[in-house]
Structures are given as C-alpha cells and as structure tokens.
Design a protein around this ligand. Structure first.
Ligand SMILES: [Zn+2]
Ligand SMILES: [Zn+2]
Ligand SMILES: [Zn+2]
Length: 288
C-alpha cells in the first residue's frame, strides 16, 4: 500500500478569505495563496479518495480539482463551514451513480437531520441527495472502495433506488482511519489520522491521552484563527506549542483568518520562528 497524500481544498476560517467587503491587505492581496476557501482536505490513499468536510465551497472545490468520484466524506463536526455543501453531493450521485458514503458521529447526524430534513424524509423528493451514513466514534474505522457498491438506479417520478453498501472487512483496498478526539470550545470534534498524516481542525483543546495517537507523524495539520487566545480554536502560540509536543516532521496550519499577515510574510515569520517546521497551508497544496 502506498502512503497517503493530502491536498488542501480549503484553508480558510468560517467566513473564508477574503471576507466580503473587507479591504485589508490580506483580503485585497493578489497572491492566490491568500484566497482561502472553507476548510476541507482530500486524502488519496490506496486508490481511494476521501474528503474531510464538505463546507459551503464544496462544489467549487470539486470543480477546481476535477473530482467526479469520492469514496467517502468524513465529517469533523456539525458547523456549517464544514457541512454546508452536503446537498451538492447530488452532482456526484448523478454522474457517479452512487450514494455518498458519509462518516460522522451521532451528534453530527442529529444536526444533519435538522439542517437537511428532506434528505432523510421517508418519501423523498426525487433527486434529493443520496447519503449512506456510517456512524463513527473514537474507535478506528475503515473506508472502503465504493466502486464495489451497487449503482443507483433512477426511477422516474420516484427518484433513486439503491442497495446500501454493506461493510466488507475483507476488502483489500480498504484503509484504516484513526479518529482523534478534541474539543472546539465545549463541542466534541474529531480529527483523523491516515497513516503518517493527521488532519486536525476546529479544536481548542486536545486531551493528553490523544497525543499517543499522534506519534511518528510525517505531516500534521492544526487549526488556528488568530494570535489572540480564542474560545474555540488554538491560538497561533498554542498551535506551535502543540506541534512541538507532537513532533511531526512538518506541521501545516489551516482554518486561517485575515488577522494573520499575507501568506508570504506569514510563511517567512513562521520559518524564522520554527525553523520551517510549522508553515501555513494554502489551497491546492499537496503533501505526502
Ligand atoms: Zn470551522
Ligand atoms: Zn480582511
Ligand atoms: Zn467549527
């Protein structure tokens, strides 16, 4: 099995960068690395394509990277900047002829049922999104090659009909994902480890016992939104201190806001401070 590869589809905070109507130096920068869509990342591993979070920029992110098939969408938590694009899986249902396999915790599912009630209706509007939910918790789980799943059949005036994919532990292409439990203010959220890459966003606290799951990483992603302490995100100092404790070869910062300098200056500042071990991510960056 080859190692995982991660591409940042979005590295911006909940409002994205630039912010509508803001004329600060970051929001008016002409550097493409200062254009940050909402936080999301695609992991490619052993032939599988796994997206972490599907916020309001989901459709544009798939277009930008020419994605017509995903084996899974993993959700870190239920905030809209991470789930607001889930209706747009309809395009993939249509072109790929498969339900979308979505992995989330029960508390996230409870919110999805409120936000997207029509997707869970007993008698669905024809063409509503087809999601197949896999409930996850703190325990490792596997993602499967959905090309084995039955194809959706379109029935006129009724909508899609399909047999959900049954978990097939013998699938030789499946990959293991290790959830990392953290807290976003008081809200429990999940980060995910794929081989030697871990992706953590929207945390302000990572319990001590979770650190053992983060040994031996090549790449770590951590969220930060500001220099100042924040109730639901790591501050820059906290993210740097945590990255030093975890000791990954490279740490990439995401969920960035316009309160940090333009990308080039921010990268230079972090290089000086951390010897290049901690760097800001940017949309389109691929690590492996
Ligand atoms: Zn967020
Ligand atoms: Zn701004
Ligand atoms: Zn959040």
């Amino acid at each position: 099995m080859n190692g995982p590869q991660l591409t940042f589809f979005g590295t911006g905070t909940s409002l994205g960068v630039p912010i509508n109507g803001c004329h600060c130096p970051v929001c008016t920068s002409t550097d493409s690395r200062d254009k940050r869509l909402r936080a999301s990342a695609l992991v490619r591993w052993n032939g599988l394509s796994i997206l972490v979070d599907a916020g309001p920029d989901f459709r544009m992110q798939l277009l930008r990277h020419d994605i017509g098939h995903l084996d899974a969408i993993l959700l870190t938590h239920n905030h809209k900047d991470h789930t607001g694009g889930l209706d747009d899986v309809r395009a993939l249902n249509y072109v790929d002829r498969r339900a979308m396999e979505i992995y989330c915790e029960q508390r996230v599912l409870d919110y999805l049922k409120i936000d997207y009630g029509y997707a869970f209706a007993e008698k669905k509007y024809p063409g509503a999104p087809e999601w197949h939910i896999h409930l996850i918790d703190d325990r490792p789980f596997r993602v499967f090659d959905t090309r084995q799943a039955p194809v959706l059949e379109w029935v006129h005036d009724v909508g899609y009909r399909y047999q959900p994919l049954e978990d097939a532990p013998s699938d030789p292409d499946s990959v293991e994902v290790i959830p990392i439990r953290g807290y976003h203010d008081q809200m429990p959220v999940l980060g995910f480890r794929f081989g030697d890459i871990a992706y953590i966003t929207d945390m302000s606290r990572l319990p001590e016992e979770e650190l053992t799951k983060l040994h031996g990483l090549r790449h770590l992603t951590l969220n930060t939104v500001s220099y100042k302490p924040h109730h639901s995100h790591f501050s820059l100092d906290e993210a740097i201190a945590l990255s030093e404790r975890i000791g990954a070869e490279h740490t990439w910062l995401t969920h960035l806001s316009h309160t940090f300098p333009r990308h080039a200056e921010f990268a230079a500042m972090l290089s000086e401070r951390t010897g290049g071990r901690v760097q800001p991510a940017y949309d389109g960056l691929t690590i492996e």
